[in-house]
Design a protein around this ligand. Structure first.
Ligand code: GDP
Ligand code: MG
Length: 301
């Protein structure tokens, strides 16, 4: 009896691909109904490959959120991010190719070229339809897109508004290969709490600093320890130069305090307990160009 049930289960990897900023991480968080991937208005917020696992009684979707592909991959960090995407496409069972609004530009074309090399089903996801004012333009746009590639399905959605996500979820689940679950049913991500803590801090940095800081700031967790009922987190924000350090700290440390308190709120929600967060800012010049530094920070596979 139990064996028969096992035989009916479906499980597989589903990649979210698309150029930066189309809403891949937002979509993942909404599909999982919790925040596991950080998002912002700035491109290149997602730097690592993150798994988000959605299980029900019969199926397990293992979503792979990837950093967007970049045309200008001159810096070592960009190259590492592009390699992550291309390696991901080699082992997935389904691809969600994400576009936004009525746009299809040169960067989208570049991503599509990678997608075309894969033999697995591709679902075209058109996100941010809440921002399309003339809805009647959507159908002709879709017609043009399906001329470019024979997508297996097309699903217009709003990741932020939760529009049409049930349909997308159903299509993805139905397309998964038959096989046993690869992760425990209650596991939501492959990342540690320590990693999530660093990402939450990095999200607040990106959101608070807007365009004042290039995306090069990164975060290291020096300490992550449960003492009694409280999680103690010591985080270090690495920036490129002393000017950026001043900006990050803000006058009287105001900005750093805001970053810290917003990140702490996220952590307490995610970890379900009280968090004591200490943050420092440290200058570490030119790390985005330095392959060795990237390795030590875990950016290279
Ligand atoms: P990614 O780089 O593809 O992972 O994009 P993000 O998930 O970080 O989202 C980029 C920006 O688009 C964020 O500011 C999101 O809030 C916004 N966004 C994502 N989905 C939607 C949507 O359905 N509608 C609108 N209006 N904005 C969205
Ligand atoms: Mg992202």
């Amino acid at each position: 009896m139990v064996e028969t049930q096992q035989e009916n289960k479906r499980c597989g990897y589903v990649a979210l691909v698309g150029r930066p900023n189309v809403g891949k991480s937002t979509l993942l968080n909404h599909l999982l109904r919790q925040k596991i991937s950080i998002t912002s208005r700035k491109p290149q917020t997602t730097r690592h490959r993150i798994l988000g696992i959605l299980s029900d009684a019969n199926s397990q979707c293992i979503f792979v959120d990837t950093p967007g592909l970049h045309i200008k991959s001159t810096k070592a960090l960009n190259k590492a991010m592009n390699d992550t995407v291309i390696n991901t496409l080699r082992y997935v069972d389904t691809i969600l190719f994400v576009l936004e609004r009525l746009t299809f530009n040169q960067e989208d074309e570049l991503v599509l070229q990678q997608v075309r090399k894969c033999k697995v089903p591709v679902i075209l996801v058109i996100n941010k339809i809440d921002q399309i004012r003339e809805k009647k333009r959507l159908l002709p746009h879709i017609k043009e897109l399906v001329n470019k590639h024979k997508f297996d399905e097309t699903v217009p959605i709003s990741a932020l508004g939760g529009h049409n996500l049930e349909r997308l979820e159903m299509l993805v689940k139905d397309g998964l290969p038959i096989g046993p679950f690869l992760f425990p049913e209650d596991q939501v991500t492959d990342r540690t709490s320590r990693f999530m803590a660093a990402e939450m801090i990095r999200e607040k940095v990106i959101r608070q600093l807007g365009d004042e800081l290039p995306y090069e700031a990164t975060v290291e967790i020096e300490r992550f320890k449960l003492e009694g009922a409280v999680i103690h987190v010591h985080g270090r924000i690495l920036v490129d130069n002393p000017g950026q350090k001043r900006i990050m700290i803000g006058s009287n440390g105001d900005r750093l305090k805001r970053i810290g308190s917003a990140a702490r709120t996220d952590m307490e929600l995610a970890f379900g307990g009280k968090v004591m967060l200490n943050l420092w800012v440290k200058v570490k010049g030119g790390w985005a160009d330095d392959e060795r530094a990237l390795q030590s920070l875990g950016y290279l596979d």
